[in-house]
Design a protein around this ligand. Structure first.
Ligand SMILES: NC(=O)C1=CN([C@@H]2O[C@H](COP(=O)(O)OP(=O)(O)OC[C@H]3O[C@@H](n4cnc5c(N)ncnc54)[C@H](OP(=O)(O)O)[C@@H]3O)[C@@H](O)[C@H]2O)[C@@H](O)CC1
Ligand SMILES: [K+]
Length: 515
C-alpha cells in the first residue's frame, strides 16, 4: 500500500474535485459520512457522551459535519471549536451553518477559556488539526490537547492525531493528541509507523473517500507499507522438477567462543526459509556444536579454535550471510577485511560485520552491489552517525544506501527496508521479538531467500515480513515474554502457509439458508 505525502493527498483532492465536477464540500461530506458510519456501526445509538473538538480548517470541518450526522441520529454530542485562527476554511463555515440549522451551538474556545469536563467513559473526537498542520500549536492549544490526553476518555482522531506533522518530525511532543484510534482518509500516514511518532497511535484504519483512483495509481510514493498482498507478488512457487541445487546454497559465516548459538540460529533459519543447501563457516570450537544440533547443515572451520582468523572458503555458495557472533577482535577484523576485498558473491551483513564496517569505512567500497545490511539502532548509528529525528534518520539512510549501492534494513517495531530513495515499511512483528537471537534469525531468513533466487530487495522485504509473521504466529502460544528466537524459526513454516490462507468467511445463519 502506498503511503502518500500530504502534498500528494492535497493534489489527489484537487484532481478528484475537478474530474468528478464536485464541490470540495462534497468530499468533506463523504469523509464525514464515512466517519459517522464507522462510529454508528460500533455504537448502535449508545447514549455515551461524545465531545467533538474541532479546529477551524477542513479537519475541523470534518468534525463539525460528523457532529451533524450524530445529532441527526440522536447521539449525545457536545461540540467545541478551538479558535486558533481567524482564517476559517470555506467548508468549515458551510458545515458550521448546517449544524446551527439543527440548533446545535458549539462552544467557541479561546485562549483563556476554562477547559470542559470530560468523563473517562466519554468519547472524544479529535478534529483540531489534520494534515494542514504546518507549525507548532500555540501554548493554549497545547493545554487543550493535554487536557484531552489526561481525560482517560477514548480518543478517536480524524485523519491524523492533532499535532502530528504528516511529513516531518514533531517539534513539541507535548502538543500531540494520543489517539486510541485514527480514521485516516485514503492512506495511512508514514508517521504512524515511525518510533518517535507511532506511539501516539494505538490503532488505525483507512477510510476510502474515493479520491481519484487514476492519480493514486500512477503516483509514485517515497514509502510503501508492506503487508500480505505486497509480498504475495514476490513469492516464488517451488517447481515440480526442482532439486536442492535449484534452491541455492547459503553460507553463514559467524561465531566465536561463547557465541555459537547465533550461527545455529542463522543457519537453521536459512534452511527453514527454503535454502536448498546450508553451510556454516565457524571457528573450530563450533564444529561439534553445529554438527550435533543441525544434521542438515554442512560445517567448515577456520584454522583458529575460538575466533575467525582467515575466511578461506573452498565452496561456491549462492549467497553469504556474514557477521553473527564474530566479535571485533583484531584477528577477526583482519579476516573480514581481506574476505571483503576479494569476495564477489552476494552478501547479507549483520551484527559485528556491521560494527567492523563502521570502524573501517573504506571497506564499504568493497561491498558487492545490492548487499543487504541489517543493523539494529545502535549499529545503524555507528554506520551513519547520530540523527536528529526519524525523518533525519531516513534521509541519512537513503543517502547511505545510494552512496554505497546497498539495501539497509532498519530494524525496529516497524522495520523499514531502504533502497536508494525508497522505503518499505513492514507491518508484521510484535514486541515479543525484542529478544536475543531474533536478529540472527532474520539474517538467516534473508540469506535463505537470496539463495533461492529472490532479488536482493525482494529477499529483504519478504524476509522481514516472514520473520515478523512467524513472530505473530508464535506469540499466540508463547505470549510476549516467553517468545524466543527458536520459536521464530519454528514458525517460519506457519508464516509461509499463512500467505495462502483465505480470510475466514462469515458464518451464514441457518434461517438465512435457502430451503
Ligand atoms: N483530500 C482529503 O484527504 C480530504 C481531507 N479532508 C480533511 O482536510 C484536512 C486538512 O485540512 P486543512 O488543509 O484545512 O488543514 P487543517 O489540518 O484542518 O488545519 C487548518 C489550518 O490551520 C492552520 N495551521 C496550521 N498549523 C497551525 C498551528 N500550529 N496553529 C494555528 N493554525 C495552524 C493552517 O493554515 P495557515 O494558518 O497556515 O494558513 C491550516 O490550513 C485533512 O486532514 C482532512 O481531515 C476532508 O475534508 C476531505 C478531503
Ligand atoms: K485530527
Amino acid at each position: 500500500m502506498k503511503l502518500y505525502s500530504a502534498k500528494q493527498i492535497y493534489k489527489a483532492d484537487q484532481i478528484s474535485i475537478k474530474k468528478e465536477e464536485i464541490g470540495s464540500n462534497e468530499l468533506m461530506e463523504r469523509a464525514a459520512l464515512q466517519l459517522f458510519n464507522w462510529m454508528h456501526l460500533r455504537m448502535q445509538g449508545a447514549p455515551v457522551k461524545i465531545h467533538l473538538f474541532c479546529g477551524i480548517g477542513n479537519n475541523g470541518g470534518d468534525g463539525i459535519a460528523l457532529a451533524r450526522h450524530l445529532v441527526d441520529h440522536g447521539y449525545n454530542v457536545e461540540v467545541y471549536v478551538i479558535n486558533y485562527s481567524e482564517k476559517r476554511s470555506k467548508d468549515f463555515l458551510i458545515n458550521l451553518d448546517r449544524l446551527k440549522d439543527r440548533k446545535v451551538w458549539p462552544h467557541f474556545m479561546n485562549s483563556d477559556d476554562e477547559l470542559p469536563e470530560i468523563g473517562r467513559e466519554d468519547i472524544i473526537v479529535d478534529g483540531i488539526f489534520g494534515i494542514g498542520l504546518n507549525r507548532s500549536p500555540d501554548a493554549w492549544v497545547v493545554k487543550v490537547i493535554q487536557h484531552l490526553n489526561n481525560s482517560q476518555a477514548f480518543i478517536l482522531s480524524i485523519d491524523i492525531p492533532s499535532g502530528l506533522f504528516t511529513d516531518q518530525g514533531p517539534e513539541d511532543f507535548e502538543a500531540i493528541v494520543k489517539s486510541n484510534f485514527v480514521l485516516s482518509f485514503q492512506t495511512p500516514k508514514l508517521v504512524f509507523f515511525l518510533p518517535e511518532t507511532g506511539k501516539y497511535i494505538e490503532q488505525w484504519e483507512v477510510l476510502d473517500i474515493g479520491l481519484d483512483p487514476e492519480y493514486l495509481r500512477v503516483t509514485e510514493t517515497d514509502y510503501e507499507l508492506i503487508g500480505k498482498n505486497e509480498v504475495l507478488t514476490m513469492y516464488k512457487p517451488r517447481e515440480k522438477y526442482g532439486h536442492k541445487g535449484t534452491y541455492g546454497h547459503s553460507l553463514i559465516i559467524g561465531g566465536s567462543y561463547g557465541k555459537m548459538g547465533s550461527v545455529c540460529l542463522s543457519s537453521k533459519a536459512a534452511l527453514y526459509s527454503g535454502s536448498g543447501l546450508v553451510t556454516s563457516y565457524v571457528p573450530k570450537i563450533g564444529y561439534n556444536i553445529l554438527q550435533s544440533s543441525l544434521p542438515e547443515i554442512m560445517v567448515l572451520t577456520d584454522a583458529d579454535e575460538n575466533e575467525l582468523t582467515d575466511i578461506n572458503i573452498e565452496i561456491e555458495p549462492t549467497v553469504i550471510g556474514v557477521g553473527v557472533g564474530i566479535g571485533t577482535s583484531e584477528a577477526t577484523v583482519k579476516a573480514l577485511s581481506s574476505f571483503l576485498k576479494t569476495n564477489k558473491l552476494p552478501l547479507v551483513l549483520d551484527a559485528d560485520a556491521l560494527n567492523i564496517l563502521s570502524l573501517n569505512k573504506e571497506l564499504l567500497k568493497n561491498l558487492p552491489e545490492d548487499s543487504i545490511l541489517t543493523p539494529h539502532p545502535k549499529e545503524l548509528e555507528r554506520l551513519i552517525g547520530k540523527w536528529e529525528d526519524d525523518f533525519d534518520k531516513l534521509a541519512k539512510v537513503k543517502k547511505f544506501s545510494k552512496k554505497h549501492k546497498c539495501i539497509v534494513v532498519i530494524k525496529g517495531a516497524h522495520t523499514i527496508i531502504v533502497q536508494n530513495g525508497k522505503g518499505y515499511v513492514n507491518t508484521t512483528g510484535n514486541p515479543g521479538m525484542a529478544t536475543a537471537g531474533s536478529g540472527d534469525v532474520l539474517t538467516g531468513v534473508i540469506t535463505g531467500l537470496r539463495a533461492q533466487g529472490y532479488p536482493a530487495l525482494d529477499a529483504a522485504i519478504f524476509g522481514v515480513y516472514l520473520h515478523g509473521r512467524a513472530g505473530d504466529i508464535a506469540v499466540e502460544s508463547t505470549g510476549f515474554q516467553s517468545l524466543t528466537a527458536s520459536h521464530l524459526i519454528d514458525n517460519i513454516a506457519g508464516a509461509y502457509l499463512d500467505l495462502f490462507k483465505m480470510p475466514e468467511q462469515p458464518v451464514v445463519e441457518e434461517e438465512n439458508q435457502p430451503s
